[in-house]
Design a protein around this ligand. Structure first.
Ligand code: K1U
Ligand code: ZN
Length: 183
């Protein structure tokens, strides 16, 4: 298990891709032993990028790495609880569904209610390549499902009605255009 002192927050920051970048729609590949060195370098940079954003999660495809790696810390300002998950897989999900507001670093400043299973079990390898299982509910459940979606090229906007999605994506495009105009 990671502690905050294990996180190299001065690791190089990575640019976060913004929707509608087609890279966000690619399915990430499973990590193998051959990727160990790559992943050992990637995880600290993902944590540094996630904390700087700030965000409570980040998936490797959001920084242009199509590998099944995610970082999560749902309490960045409280007691930090960094989690790195390699090849995460949902093994069980509750029949009960809940609605929670979600945001996304790749859909900046836009938020919407998303309905997902209330609880999930996830198997994964930790940063030391040890097999682990996580039982999540509340914000952690929403976050881990959101990040695993990124590994499959799915964004939270895909769960919205076409009308809500279009409104949100237009607002995003307008904000991005203004941002570029001001650069
Ligand atoms: O994957 C991402 O783009 C990160 C995203 C994760 C997420 C947020 C909410 C519900 C599900 C998944 C974010 O971190 S958006 C920013 C955010 O929610 C936040 C940032 C700082 C403090 C608290 C929350
Ligand atoms: Zn996201």
């Amino acid at each position: 298990m990671l502690g905050m002192s294990d996180i190299q927050t001065d690791a190089p920051l990575l640019p976060v891709l913004v929707c509608p970048d087609p890279q966000l729609r690619k399915v990430a590949r499973a990590v193998t032993e051959a990727d160990k060195a790559l992943v050992a370098k990637l995880i600290p940079s993902m944590f540094a990028t996630m904390y700087k954003a700030p965000g409570i999660g980040l998936a490797a495809p959001q920084v242009g790495r199509h590998l099944r790696v995610i970082t999560i810390d749902i309490a960045p300002n409280d007691v930090p609880t960094p989690l790195a998950l390699i090849n995460p897989e949902i093994t069980a999900e509750s029949a009960e569904m809940v609605v929670q507001q979600e945001g996304c670093l790749s859909v900046p400043e836009q938020y919407a209610d998303v309905t997902r299973p209330a609880r999930v079990k996830v198997k994964y390898l930790d940063e030391n390549w040890v097999k682990r299982e996580l039982e999540a509910d509340g914000l952690l459940a929403a976050c881990v499902q959101h990040e695993i979606d990124h590994l499959n090229g799915v964004l939270f906007v895909d769960y919205l009605t076409p009308l809500k999605r279009n409104i949100l994506l237009r607002k995003l495009a307008k904000a991005q255009k203004e941002l570029k105009g001001n650069r």
